[in-house]
Design a protein around this ligand. Structure first.
Ligand code: NDP
Length: 292
């Protein structure tokens, strides 16, 4: 079987082009109205700095305004909450993104809860999670939204398909399962206590791997022709070259002969997460103006 490699970079580029056109139109129709994203980074985690930089570049590419708020690692929870309150009240800010993880002295959930749900472009606020799970208008979490778009690139009708989500985090696994259910899949969720993961994989038409374990899902577990979406981003050292590289949660080379379609790492889900963040920021702007 020749597997289709789903090119997340190309799909994300197409989405950003479409968003840029919509932003242009919004500016023309509404007196220069420009969506604005505020990105908050606390501390100096190098990976977070890269993510924040990429989000800023993506904002520029679609014509958004973006502001960065870089705070020292010693920032207190009250100081961060004060900044969130200020951004909530700022009409020039349509989306607020607080880069996670936060330093351990800060309660992440309290910070997420403090963001105005209408500006919660990460889709992590309990109001958005609740609305999304019962099918009301909401800002949905970016990574699972991106995965849905990639699945629909290769399969439009998901009705009745058996989907397996490996991982049950609040930001990926749980909302992913809820989106697949909404698309009429029969959904199974696996986690670290799942008894026989290979057996679960063997039954799935669609597998979403989001467990954060390098190359954990083996090729031989996968049903012939399955669609495999690899969310994992794991930095490992290549044994042959000694160089550091990114790998997913699926043993890609092993999986290739079995799958119908698969996302690579890097270049699969990662670019889609940022494209969906841009999409959410535009949607948030429309919602705040009563247009969505
Ligand atoms: P979490 O660590 O929050 O959750 C991991 C989940 O995997 C948990 O539910 C855990 O189960 C489950 N798990 C761990 N080990 C196993 C196992 N052996 N078998 C079955 N399930 C297992 O991770 P996230 O959801 O935040 O992220 C998952 C991966 O996705 C990471 O590699 C992360 O870097 C990546 N990621 C990528 C993004 C992108 O844009 N591409 C965005 C977000 C994340 P339990 O609940 O029982 O502990």
């Amino acid at each position: 079987m020749t597997a289709q490699i789903i090119d997340g970079r190309a799909v994300a580029a197409r989405m950003k082009q479409e968003l840029a056109a919509q932003v242009c139109e919004m500016k023309q129709r509404h007196d220069g109205l420009t969506p604005g994203l505020a990105v908050v980074l606390v501390g100096e985690d190098p990976a977070s700095q890269v993510y924040v930089r990429n989000k800023k570049l993506a904002c520029e590419s679609v014509g958004f305004r973006s502001t960065s708020h870089t705070l020292p690692a010693a920032t207190t929870q009250d100081e961060l909450l004060a900044l969130i309150a200020q951004l909530n009240a700022d009409p020039m800010v349509n989306g607020i993104l607080v880069q996670l993880p936060l330093p351990s002295a800060i309660n992440e959930q309290m910070v997420i809860n403090a963001i105005d749900p209408l500006k919660d472009v990460d889709g992590f606020h309990p109001v958005n999670i609740g609305c999304q799970s019962i099918g009301l208008a909401s800002l949905a979490p970016c990574t699972p939204s991106g995965c849905m778009i990639l699945i629909e690139e290769v399969e439009k009708d998901l009705s009745g398909k058996k989907a397996l989500v490996v991982g049950r985090s609040n930001i990926v696994g749980k909302p992913m399962a809820s989106m697949l259910l909404k698309a009429n899949c029969t959904v199974t969720m696996a986690h670290s206590r799942t008894r026989n993961l290979p057996e679960e994989c063997a039954q799935a038409d669609i597998i979403i791997a989001a467990l954060g374990r390098p190359a954990f899902l083996r090729g031989a577990w996968i049903k012939e022709g399955a669609i495999v979406i690899d969310v994992g981003i794991n930095r490992v050292t290549n044994e042959e070259t000694g160089k550091s590289q990114l790998v997913g949660d699926v043993a890609f080379d092993e999986a290739l002969p079995h799958v119908g379609a698969i996302t690579p790492v890097p270049g699969g889900v990662g670019p889609m997460t940022i494209a969906c963040l841009m999409q959410n920021t535009l949607k948030a702007t429309k919602m705040q103006n009563g247009w969505a």
